[in-house]
Design a protein around this ligand. Sequence first.
Ligand code: HEM
Length: 419
Amino acid sequence: MLGNALRMMGDVQQFFVDTYREMGPAYRVRALNQAFVILAGERANRFLLEHGDEVFSSEESFGGLNREFGMRVHVLRGRPHRHLRKVLAGGLSRDLLAARWDEVVAETERTFDEWRGEKALPVVDSFQRLAAAQLSIALTGASSAGRFETLRKAFELVLDVTIAGKWPSATLKWPAYRRARAEILDFARAALEERQAFPRTEGRRDLLDQALDAVDENGEPYPMEVRAGMALQGYFAGINTLAYLYSFMLHALLRNPEVAARVTAEADEAPLTFERLRAMPAAQGLTLETLRVYPPAPGSARTVVEDFDFEGYRIEQGRRVLVATSVPHQLPEHFPDPGRFDIGRDFATARKASVYAPFSVGSHTCLGAGMTEVLSVATMAMLLRRLTITPAHPDRPLRITATPGPNPGKRFQVRVGGR
Ligand code: HEM
């Protein structure tokens, strides 16, 4: 049992990698008020992929989100889960992004123009606002900018209480939180009611359309709170993860000028149409390598529902488990010279072998992975075409912090100029 798991509140991925090297593929840690069994390495990923549905539940980790915001997909298992994933997949797809591409580009370019001249732009906060706006336009066709602070505060608090265990569950009774929650649920319901009152007659069906007329695996309509949860799903799952990825990509560009030069040259070659994004190997490599080195969600949290054996250990029912899915990203047997930032790696083979897993593996694997990969390529390419970025504090080293996903924190600031 390791006592110093406070490090899990900082650079979680490095903590997982260091402890894997020290302790092997299965060990226990105590973090704040909770004890976890950590499973790590290639076999752990394979185990999650092949047996996750049989032996794990996500209820203890994600039940709070389901109870508070109707986000049921995280906690379901088996057939009801597969069915709801299919429903959501239509509303979170890359094709939807393609259909709203011009609006997403316009919003992104407008945001970048506003950044021009900033001497110390807070990167994570600025990217959270941008990611929220992009997702909102792509998934619902409307802006959520007015609700941004409320959305961010309430979701981070629920995650800190339920997943990170930073605060006791009584925190969710605070009047300020209850007000924020009510405001978010009203926002989701109002968006659904407005769409119902004014149905769209053309264009691809989006997340609101899906949420409005989706039925469950038995053909029964989902209750209203689950529809609201569907409408909010992209914000919850996407704002921070995307913003942390964008922030780490920017950090990687500043640290690796030769990569920045290649991605900039590629971005400058021709206008950024949606079709072109699939044929930008340098920018795609930047996304995938950033996800390898700085995974924004480096583990999957579960509770054991059936005893099992793993690597010579018996893991008993009731234990909380963290599968540290991104540990293989740092092992030389899977990624030669893992300390080198190399955008030309063979990610496809590693992904197939489940040793490249920034979106986790198995039945709960990320439903926004396709959208993330396109949005991150596009966002960085647009940024490099319009702006020049230099560190605001060149001597400040990267200090990763977890809120609760790992990110470069408030201290990461940049100076922004035009091109
Ligand atoms: C860098 C960006 C992102 C990363 C690293 C990421 C990572 C992950 C991971 C690791 C999981 C699995 C959690 C678990 O095992 O319990 C997950 C699930 C999920 N993600 Fe993402 N995600 C990202 C962006 C997005 C976006 C933009 C969306 C929506 C547009 C999204 C929607 C979802 C959904 C709905 C699930 C739940 C799937 C299920 O439980 O069946 N994600 N994501």
